[in-house]
Design a protein around this ligand. Structure first.
Ligand code: UDP
Ligand code: MG
Length: 320
């Protein structure tokens, strides 16, 4: 086993790659760390893949996966996670905004400090405010939902114990919430390290405004779907019970009202003539339906096996 795997998702970053690779090699060699760098070309339309190919030819530590189209950063990380053989797995953006100088310390925090995850914290951030303000909001909400005290959930620079990355599966925009997913998978030693952040040197950001909408929707999936996916009945069953119970209570009330009316000689309309009767019917039926949906989801989870369905064009330097 080697000491560090460095996973780098790449989407149109041709200018940065040689400099980044050179910098990483310098740092790991100086610190005597055994390593591999795994580039995932996420369907770049520039010459990133050609650059990666030539880097991988020169240096056997450099491995690469080439997607046939753009699947997004989460998918790229997901494949990298499944390939990584290092004791510690470090993710890093390709655009030179993260500094490879942080690698040795991140490695030590996992190996010696006993952390499952160490998340980078861009304390002084070099991004436009259109990005830093929404990011503050997301971080606040995520902290509240998860109870994990991190300043910067979405920092691209993170280190993981190998076991952690083998257990989590991400897609969509879920890379923004990896610490939450890890926590729900039972990895609770989550630490933070203030890291140096730099302005983008080449190219532009790959995430437009839609990231806020997608990020928000994925926060919902991560917090609900991930929590309940192995026990969907807990979610649907609870809603179903509430609905059924309210229908039942309304029916009881209608029956009581009718009997009370008969007893006191007060005129009360027939139960089936009451507007509330329809509400109770709907609540009862919806309750049963939700229960059945829960059963169905439960049966599907117990029989399905998760799979990665990304189309890989080519792989470089992997031994098996
Ligand atoms: N990236 C990717 N697929 C995408 C978008 C981005 O692999 O669809 C990579 C990108 O090449 C970079 C990292 O994810 O290495 C972070 O992207 P970017 O720097 O654009 O994000 P920002 O720093 O603006 O949040
Ligand atoms: Mg960036």
């Amino acid at each position: 086993m080697i000491q560090v795997s460095i996973i780098i998702p790449v989407y149109n970053e041709e200018e940065s790659l040689p400099e980044l690779t050179e910098w990483i090699s310098r740092v790991v060699v100086k610190n005597k760390l055994t390593y591999e760098v795994i580039f995932i070309n996420d369907g770049s339309s520039d010459s990133s893949w050609e650059v990666i190919q030539s880097l991988a030819r020169e240096n056997g530590h450099i491995k690469a996966v080439g997607f046939s189209r753009n699947y997004g950063k989460s998918a790229a990380l997901d494949i990298g996670f499944s390939k990584a053989i290092g004791e510690v797995v470090i993710t890093m953006d390709a655009d030179l905004q993260d500094s490879p100088d942080e690698i040795p310390e991140l490695y030590n925090m996992v190996v010696k400090g006993g952390f499952d995850i160490v998340s980078g914290w861009k304390r002084k951030r070099y991004d436009p405010f259109t990005k830093t303000i929404p990011s503050r909001f997301f971080n606040g909400v995520t902290r509240m939902i998860s109870g994990i005290k991190l300043h910067d959930f979405n920092c691209g620079l993170k280190a993981y114990r190998n076991k952690v990355v083998k257990q989590i599966h991400i897609y969509g925009e879920m890379h923004r919430y990896i610490p939450l997913i890890a926590k729900w998978n039972g990895f609770s030693k989550i630490g933070e390290k203030a890291v140096e952040h730099r302005a983008r040197k080449y190219g532009t950001t790959k995430f437009g405004l839609e990231r806020f909408v997608h990020g928000f929707l994925d926060l919902i999936s991560v917090s609900f779907v991930n929590r309940y996916k192995k026990k969907p009945m807990h979610f649907f069953g609870t809603l179903g019970t509430l609905s059924f119970l309210s229908g039942f209570l309304i029916t009881c009330w209608l029956i009581f009202e009718k009997i009370y009316g008969l007893h006191k000689g007060i005129f009360v309309r027939e139960i089936t003539d009451q507007p509330l009767f329809f509400l109770s019917l709907v609540a009862l039926i919806v309750g049963v339906q939700l229960f059945l949906t829960g059963f169905l989801a439960e049966m599907m989870t117990s029989t399905s096996t998760p799979k990665n369905d990304y189309n890989i064009d080519e792989e470089l330097n992997f031994i098996n």
